[in-house]
Design a protein around this ligand. Structure first.
Ligand code: FAD
Ligand code: NAD
Length: 470
């Protein structure tokens, strides 16, 4: 008999959610993670809580508040003087949030009777895991089922090795002073979010993006508007910029790159490398037991989150698909319910929400206009600008617009937003796309006044050229 019904490797938003769901379904569950904090104690929550979603949003909110007080308080008739920002206090606030939430996960584990083990796990055979602790002591556990939830790590590039003044997302979340000149390699999600944090606090930020197109995965009209707004905020975004080399020490980095204008060298105090992430699938013993991975190292799974070995599941960033916390958590629920035979659950991510937490925020769900064109699907579009929304003006944020794309039969195919709190507004789009709702259903519902959601309503009305406020 095995020690456990389910052993989960990794306590990020995939693994810890899977563990809780397994335990709720009556399975004897253990969750193993190796992440430790500065005090060498377990720090549950994975990339998302320790160096990802939560700390980045804490800094985004602190820096947004700082910029709002600095630049907009007087618009409200508030005479506020921002003499200085205490970076140590801002970082301490962020670290408190991380610590509290990590303890919260430990509390949820104990409430749900999930056992938590600290150490690095390696799969020895389909029912056995070896766990190595920080003193190199090894122990074996056995389990009827295994869920691999080991997440992802930053992609490294040879021309900019992370050391001294060159940092990855972890380092960029932990600057103890504001860099005067900050370089970012990659104008993707991390580059834009963390670049925005430090720009708002006073850094001159330059983003060097290899691709010619800005945010190619977003709807092109939204990406175009975003580029215009971010440039007007002072983000120096260089597209088609191929970095050739860097030189650095503890105080400075020089970056040589070339673009259509030729070769140039720039100097920065710090350089963030944010060129994507890769699956954390090394050193897990996958090859030894024959678990299949694809050419990029992602663990192959079927729609039930099962690997090619029947009792071994894989979820989250270590598997193909969007590298998002909510995708990892949904995978975790699906794996848990399939293991417990609680129905036959399958993944589908056509309507998954994507969000970029800049200001204004960017959010979308479903198909972009360029995807529909490429697929030869006919569609109709409705749009509404926040400039004509009363609440956006009350918030001093009337930038951006909402775009709803519907099929000939009126079903909502996509919703795309650039604007204030787009991250919250997109929930309507997720439901509309996921539940095959017609845009008429959005029109039929009353949207409270004065709210940003009225802009969603008006964008739906615009499909029939009958907006009220423009
Ligand atoms: P992870 O969170 O990476 O967790 C994997 C865990 O496995 C880790 O705790 C690790 O210690 C553990 N582990 C790995 N190998 C072993 C082993 N051999 N033994 C034991 N333990 C092991 N996503 C969003 O949806 N919204 C956001 O706003 C957002 N912001 C982000 C900001 C940044 C700066 C970054 C870097 C990422 C952000 N993401 C965001 C992405 C999000 O963090 C990931 O998609 C998510 O964390 C993936 O969850 P996961 O459970 O698959 O893996
Ligand atoms: P990304 O894929 O979003 O962006 C990486 C960018 O770097 C791309 O635009 C790419 O063209 C560029 N690039 C790659 N190599 C380059 C090079 N040598 N020189 C210049 N540019 C180069 O990746 P990321 O920003 O590192 O984020 C990783 C993942 O983390 C994202 O895919 C996302 O899934 C997740 N994430 C999500 C959120 C969120 O949901 N708000 C926030 C942060 C991260």
């Amino acid at each position: 008999m095995s020690d456990y019904d389910v052993a989960i490797i990794g306590a990020g938003p995939g693994g810890y959610v899977a563990a809780i769901r397994c335990a709720q379904l009556g399975l004897k569950t253990v969750c193993i993670d190796k992440w430790v904090n500065k005090q060498s104690s377990a720090s549950l929550g994975g990339t998302c809580l320790n160096v990802g979603c939560i700390p980045s949003k804490a800094l985004l909110d602190s820096s947004h508040l700082h910029e709002t007080i600095k630049d907009e308080a007087s618009d409200h008739g508030i005479n506020a003087k921002v003499a200085s920002i205490d970076i140590a206090k801002m970082q301490a606030r962020k670290n408190t949030i991380i610590n509290n939430f990590s303890k919260g996960i430990a509390g949820l584990f104990s409430k749900n009777k999930v056992e938590s083990l600290l150490g690095a796990a390696k799969i020895i055979d389909e029912n056995t895991i070896e766990i190595t602790n920080d003193k190199s002591e090894k122990k074996l556990i056995t389990s009827n089922n295994i869920i691999i939830a080991t997440g992802s790590v930053p992609i490294e590039i040879q021309q900019a090795i992370v050391e001294d003044s060159i940092v990855d997302n972890d380092g960029a979340l932990n600057f103890d002073e504001i860099p005067t000149d900050l370089g970012v390699i990659g104008a993707g999600v991390i580059g834009l979010e963390l670049g925005s944090v430090w720009r708002r606090l006073g850094s001159n930020v330059t983003l060097l993006e290899m691709a010619e197109d800005f945010l190619p995965m977003a709807d092109h009209e939204i990406a175009k508007e975003a580029l215009k707004i971010f440039k007007s905020q002072g983000l120096n975004i260089k597209l088609g910029a191929k970095m050739t080399e860097t030189e650095n020490d503890e105080d400075y980095v020089s970056v040589t790159y070339s673009d259509s204008k030729g070769e140039e060298e720039l100097e920065f105090d710090k350089l963030i490398v944010a060129v994507g992430r890769k699956p954390n699938s090394d050193n897990l013993g996958l090859d030894d037991i024959g678990i299949e991975t694809n050419e990029r190292g992602f663990i192959k799974t079927n729609s039930q989150c099962q690997t090619n070995i029947e009792n071994i599941y894989a979820i989250g960033d270590v598997t193909p698909g969007p590298m998002l916390a909510h995708k990892a958590s949904k995978d975790g629920i699906i794996a848990a319910e399939n293991i417990a035979n609680d129905g036959n659950k399958n993944t589908h991510y056509e309507n998954i929400p994507w969000i970029i937490y800049t200001w204004p925020e960017i959010a979308w769900s479903g198909k972009t206009e360029q995807e529909l064109k490429a697929e030869n699907i006919s569609y109709k579009v409705g749009k509404f600008p926040f400039l004509a929304n009363g609440r956006a003006h009350a918030l001093n944020s009337p930038q951006g617009f909402i775009k709803i794309i519907a099929a000939d039969d009126d079903k909502v195919l996509g919703m795309h937003i650039i604007g204030p709190y787009a991250s919250e507004l997109i929930a309507t789009g997720v439901t509309a796309v996921g539940q095959y709702q017609s845009y008429q259903e959005i029109i039929d519902e009353i949207h409270a006044h004065p709210t940003l959601s009225e802009a969603v309503h008006e964008a739906a009305l615009d499909i029939e050229n009958r907006t009220i406020h423009i």
